[in-house]
Design a protein around this ligand. Structure first.
Ligand code: SF4
Length: 69
């Protein structure tokens, strides 16, 4: 049951590749259940698209998220 991506949001996120767990991402959810991955580096660096094509498997801007307190 937990293998079903609809039952576990984390499994769905894994399809985004690195963006799903990057410090520079903002995940935008739509009312239709879709999600977009907005890359904040795109604001200052034209190498990065605003909405990267997922899955992103390799990215020079990737940074792991800051640890939770
Ligand atoms: S820096 Fe790379 S991995 Fe991070 S959100 Fe932007 S495109 Fe995705």
């Amino acid at each position: 049951m937990m293998d079903d991506p609809r039952a576990d949001g984390q499994a769905g996120d894994s399809r985004a590749g690195l963006c799903a767990a990057c410090a520079h991402v903002r995940i935008v959810a739509t009312d239709r259940g879709g999600r977009f991955y907005l890359c904040h580096l795109s604001v200052t660096d034209p190498r990065f698209p605003r909405y990267p094509t997922i899955p992103v498997l390799s990215c020079p801007g990737y940074r792991p998220p800051d640890p939770q307190p």
